[in-house]
Write a protein that binds this ligand. Structure first.
Ligand SMILES: [Cu+2]
Length: 139
């Protein structure tokens, strides 16, 4: 057998093996929705399932909130807001009175949805900058 040809073939097999290995061991991010300076990311193409936790992480530098628009979630759904407030106005008041419900850089916030449907939410301090998002929870 031609030695050079043999080495070449072996190297090819090794390269394929490594590529497969790298793909399988790629780490998944430990959150579902990140927060840049004024956006929830990804802005779409996110479809959580009933009963599976959704994790937000503040991947930016500024403090944000995750606050549902209580009139824009399914009728049967529980309201959600970082800080645990009972409604959108209570969350707004708490933020204005001292940053209540704020998610600092690097912190996470988690919600598990029990009701399918479309949920619309926003960040109180950056609402006017367009920091809002919606997604549909599926069965
Ligand atoms: Cu924000």
């Amino acid at each position: 057998m031609n030695r050079r040809a043999f080495l070449g073939a072996t190297a090819g097999v090794v390269a394929v093996g490594l590529a497969g290995c790298t793909g399988q061991s790629r780490e998944q991010p430990d959150y579902d929705i990140g927060m840049s300076s004024s956006a929830f990311l990804p802005e779409d193409d996110f479809e959580p399932r009933v009963g599976e936790p959704v994790v937000w992480r503040n991947t930016g530098a500024r403090t944000h909130t995750v606050t549902a628009y209580e009139s824009q979630i399914p009728d049967e759904a529980s309201f959600f807001a970082s800080g645990g407030f009972e409604g959108t106005e209570a969350a707004r008041d708490a933020w204005l009175q001292g940053g209540g419900g704020g998610i600092a850089s690097g912190e996470t916030f988690e919600v598990t949805f029990d009701v399918p449907g479309t949920y619309d939410y926003f960040c109180i301090p950056h609402e006017r900058a367009g920091m809002q998002n919606e997604f549909t929870v599926v069965e």
